[in-house]
Write a protein that binds this ligand. Structure first.
Ligand code: ATP
Ligand code: MG
Length: 273
């Protein structure tokens, strides 16, 4: 089976176990629950900071500690709103790049069962500025690096199944900045999707669904079907406008209809996994 890569407009963005005295630093998602991670990100003390090495919006890599657990987190304070913005793919009207969409994306991920592929994002104030704070992931490289090194995952099927989930999620949240540094690769070729600052546009159409949406995880499709506008509104309160919620629901309808049509044409086993 051929490994699958996201058919993105390659805006090739200009692309612990470490012990510290008594502290075990390697708190990972397998030892803490998501709720504990949220609490940690919301309340742990910032004990260090450095510039993130990648990205164009000057995120900061912070080190947090609650006295027991020490772990890094990515702080993204951007909240840019412009009537027009010139981008590589053309002019975007009513441009927004906001940390709020990271938090909204995580809330949406929780609702559709995609939260195993995103870091936990919360809202946090640091040095007087509010932004999103995400749990630092155990990453080996990103997609840009994998491309550069021409590496392929050993298990193409497992890799593709992760990529199909990401593709569906990207259509749902309508991210306009799907670049290769926003897909991170962890242990055993586990994929993570980060950085949704330019998602949640108001567009209700899908992007090239006949090419982008060919297979779907069964559970994800079931979760999409049950996504409820009122619950989505409640969970993304303060982060998504009414129109942004409406657009998510419209895209959800189209994703579900698209897969239902594909299943009718090809049979369930050809489409779902
Ligand atoms: N939670 C995380 N865990 C591990 N690495 C992260 C995390 N968040 C961000 N990074 C790293 O920091 C980089 C920049 O972060 P992010 O993509 O959020 O910011 P950005 O400046 O908006 O990037 P972009 O250039 O895509 O707009 C990422 O490409 C990734 O390498
Ligand atoms: Mg990024």
């Amino acid at each position: 089976m051929k490994p699958l890569y996201l058919r993105w407009r390659l805006i090739l963005v200009a692309a612990v176990s470490l012990t510290c005295g008594l502290f075990a630093v390697a708190a990972d998602e397998s030892t803490l629950t998501k709720e504990q991670i949220k609490q940690f990100l919301l309340t742990a003390k910032v004990v260090g900071s450095q510039d993130a090495k990648k990205g164009i919006t000057h995120t900061m890599r912070l080190t947090l500690s609650d006295g027991t657990v020490t772990h890094d987190a990515s702080f993204q304070p951007i909240d840019e709103h412009k009537a027009t913005k010139e981008l590589a793919m053309g002019t975007e009207l009513n441009f927004v790049d906001s940390y709020k969409y990271n938090i909204a994306a995580y809330a949406v991920a929780e609702l559709v069962g995609m939260d195993d592929m995103l870091p936990v994002y919360v809202e946090r104030k640091w040095k007087g500025t509010t932004g999103s704070l995400s749990w630092w992931l155990p990453v080996k490289m990103d997609e840009a690096e994998r491309h550069k090194q021409k590496l392929t995952a050993p298990d193409a099927e497992a890799w593709n199944n992760q990529m199909y989930r990401i593709r569906v999620f990207d259509q749902l949240v309508d991210d306009t900045d799907v670049n290769l540094t926003n897909v991170l690769i962890g242990e055993d070729w586990k994929l993570w999707r980060i950085d949704f600052g330019r998602a949640f546009r108001l567009k209700k159409e899908l992007k090239d669904p006949s090419k982008e949406l060919v297979h779907c995880d069964r559970q994800l499709l079931e979760k999409l079907k049950t996504l409820d506008a009122n619950v989505l509104t409640e969970k993304t309160n303060h982060y998504l406008s009414k129109d942004e919620v409406k657009a998510v629901m419209a895209r959800r309808d189209k994703i579900v209809a698209h897969f239902q049509k594909l299943i009718a044409e090809k049979g369930e086993s050809e489409v779902l996994y």
